[in-house]
Design a protein around this ligand. Structure first.
Ligand SMILES: Cc1ncc(COP(=O)(O)O)c(C=O)c1O
Length: 689
């Protein structure tokens, strides 16, 4: 054992009474109980001094005590539901300086990962170090390391039953401890890697791994497992539908409902009366306007924001999930970005000649975005996209466009929607739309418009997953027909992956447009792409007064630096996954699947509401929004997760969602949705024509 002068005690939490797979910890894998394998693998850690199994005093768990005695393993018995108390007392009895928390459902736990987390803890800067705050390892090799003092403080202070049951929730969420995540050098999306055992299919998966790798009683490594799964992907499919953290969401189902607050919005309403007379629609953006929020309950004007929270003009505080239409990726008034902006303001804002920061940002974008060889900047997503369309027309000498998704306010696109007043008929004829995941709809456009399509422009992904190699097929079809492929990454950019959805799905377009999250709320967009096409901007007119304004450029540079250094993308995937999985589990438990679902990829999910016939139900959405707002959540139907959405925010939001889903269920069953509404329901901005 390496020399560390601390008593490092691994406490393995085990019980027989699992709801989903009772008795799982003693089920057999390659001739030995599952728990034996856990203890055996943990014993290969170089730094752990003692291993203790902590089980409950429930007679059901006598079996675990018998098992421990048979194999000469330390055993501690304590409270069944107050696992925090059980942990604390076990740690005290075995005089732990440092506790390594492992759960008994992890027969693939890896000693080399345990040691990596312990070493990070030993450096001494943190109260709690784990590799599962942000999952970049598969779920099932989770290791948490913390001091006895940290455990003691949590044991004294944590009150909530969920915090008592899940041992480290208080340490992670209360904000009272210095915590650190250990990242995987080769991160994996935990969704496809469920290695802990909750259900029979998880056990089958683990047994299959052992069948291949557990030879001559030797333990196998993390890399051995990954190599196996890369070689035989069908093994992964055995339990690919298993949910992560299910036990935690189930515990939240059992907690008390969240009571509504009395919200006063008189200042908002007064301002609305004044501003509506001065500004048509009372907003500069349709989707921020009063029709999108539940009038009578929702605020109309916000005053300020900090992190993931915002305050309205009446002083009410909310957790924000729309995050200014997805622009705030780090948090409102995020310190390093605000600092960068303050610093540049002292030098000026916009000049008569270009500024060197333009080149700096262009260089950064070319480094991180796969298709980027040259760059131009705009102010809004619409600018970049409309000019991508123009350059595609110039490059191909063709006029028509095929598009899929939403692409902003300019004539060529908005002509395809119902909100198309003021757009000449001739313009409308030039844009043709195709459907996502239906390659035949694009084939038809090319067949019916031979040699006329300049470009295919699409959001690489919305809420629907690309199926059957759809993106690759679009690319091939587009190029076969001599057109340019443009990805609209205004939403996906800086959210799916640092290099956008093109990097995530590994399909590289000719041009791509970015906006929204690029500068954490400052107005800037970019068109990037192949040099050969981008060079045409020397002639194609894309030129406006505030192009090259340096405040937003400085903000973009600071934002991207933070995204890289703090592993923000991994973080927002983790938090988004929790919201989505938790919501959908509550929906399932309450039997509401027909009416509502949280869909989409974790960094940006959408909650849908349908009536019993499957049509969009804005009344149900309004009731949901009304009840969320009364509980301090500014709900618009979209979760644009940002780096400042803390565990505490997510935990509270899930408790509110569960409460509100119960209200929804009751309203549906008693046919009282409309009756419960306290104001004007929300309206759609437009529908696709
Ligand atoms: C996919 C997509 N493209 C383009 C745009 C237009 O961007 P902007 O509103 O910044 O002009 C949006 C705006 O929501 C968008 O969602």
């Amino acid at each position: 054992m390496a020399k560390i002068k601390k008593n490092i005690v691994a406490i393995i939490q085990a019980r027989m009474g699992s709801t989903r797979l009772p008795g799982k910890v003693l089920m057999e894998i390659c001739g030995k109980p599952l728990l034996w394998h856990v203890v055996n693998r943990v014993s290969y850690s170089k730094y752990i001094s003692q291993i203790v199994i902590a089980t409950s005093t429930n007679p059901k768990d006598d079996e675990i005590e018998k098992f421990a005695k048979k194999y000469n393993i330390n055993i501690f018995r304590g409270s069944e539901n107050d696992c925090l108390d059980r942990y604390y007392k076990a740690a005290k009895k075995y005089k732990a300086d440092v506790v390594v928390r492992i759960t008994a459902d992890c027969p693939l736990i890896c000693p080399e990962i345990i040691d990596k987390v312990i070493l990070e803890y030993i450096k001494g800067k943190f109260d709690y170090v784990a590799n599962s705050i942000i999952h970049t390892y598969p779920n099932g090799v989770d290791v948490e390391v913390f001091s006895f003092e940290t455990l003691k403080k949590a044991w004294k202070e944590a009150k909530d039953p969920v915090e008592r049951e899940h041992v480290t929730v208080y340490i992670r969420n209360s904000g009272k401890f210095k915590i650190k995540n250990v990242f995987n050098d080769k991160p994996v999306n935990p969704q496809g890697y469920k290695w802990s055992v909750d259900r029979i299919e998880d056990l089958e998966f683990v047994r299959e791994v052992y069948k291949h790798l557990y030879k001559d009683n030797k333990i196998f490594s993390y890399d051995d497992i990954m190599d196996l799964l890369n070689g035989y992907p069908e093994i992964k499919n055995i339990n690919s539908n298993s949910l992560l953290d299910e036990g935690y969401y189930r515990s939240l189902m059992g907690t008390q409902t969240i009571k509504p607050k009395k919200i006063k919005i008189s200042n908002s309403l007064k301002l609305k009366r004044k501003v509506s007379k001065l500004i048509p629609g009372c907003s500069q953006t349709f989707s921020k306007g009063p029709t999108q929020f539940f009038q009578g309950v929702a605020p109309v004007f916000l005053e300020k924001g900090k992190g993931s929270h915002v305050w309205d003009v009446d002083g009410n505080e909310y957790i924000d999930y729309a995050m200014a239409l997805g622009t705030i990726i780090l948090g409102h008034n995020y310190p390093t970005v605000t600092e960068a902006v303050k610093k540049i303001l002292e030098k000026g804002t916009t000049f008569t000649l270009p500024h060197r920061l333009e080149g700096d940002l262009a260089e950064i974008l070319c480094e991180i975005i796969p298709c980027a060889e040259m760059v131009r900047f705009g102010k809004n997503g619409s600018d970049a996209i409309s000019d991508a369309v123009r350059v595609a027309r110039a490059y191909t000498g063709r006029d028509k466009i095929a598009c899929c998704g939403y692409h902003g306010w300019h004539d060529w696109y908005i002509a395809t929607t119902t909100r198309n007043k003021g757009i000449p008929e001739e313009v409308k004829k030039l844009t043709l739309t195709f459907e996502y995941n239906k390659i035949e709809t694009l084939e038809k456009i090319f067949e019916e418009n031979k040699n006329q399509i300049a470009c295919v422009i699409m959001e690489p992904v919305g809420v629907e997953e690309p199926k059957d190699n759809f993106l690759q097929k679009v690319k091939e079809l587009t190029h076969k027909n001599g057109a340019i492929l443009i990805f609209d990454e205004v939403v996906t950019g800086f959210r799916f992956s640092l290099g956008g959805a093109q990097e995530y799905f590994n399909v590289i377009p000719d041009l791509a447009c970015f906006g929204k999250a690029m500068a954490n709320g400052y107005p800037i967009s970019a068109i990037v792409g192949k040099k050969e096409i981008m060079k045409l901007f020397e002639e194609v007119f894309f030129s406006f007064t505030f192009g090259g304004e340096i405040v937003s450029i400085a903000a973009a540079i600071a934002t991207i630096k933070e995204l890289k250094e703090k592993k923000v993308i991994e973080y927002i995937w983790e938090q988004g996954r929790k919201l989505k999985d938790g919501y959908n589990l509550f929906v399932k438990e309450l039997g509401l699947e027909k009416y509502t679902q949280c869909i989409g990829y974790p960094p940006r999910t959408v909650i849908t509401f349908k009536d019993k016939d499957g049509n969009e139900d804005l009344l149900l959405k309004s009731l949901f929004q009304q009840e969320c707002i009364k509980r301090g959540i500014l709900f618009t139907g979209v979760h644009n997760i940002c780096f400042s959405h803390t565990n505490k925010d997510i935990d509270y939001t899930l408790r509110v969602y569960r409460t509100v889903l119960e209200i929804i269920k009751d309203a549906i069953e008693r046919n009282k949705v409309r009756e419960l509404l306290e104001g004007e329901p929300v309206e759609p901005v437009f529908r696709r024509a």
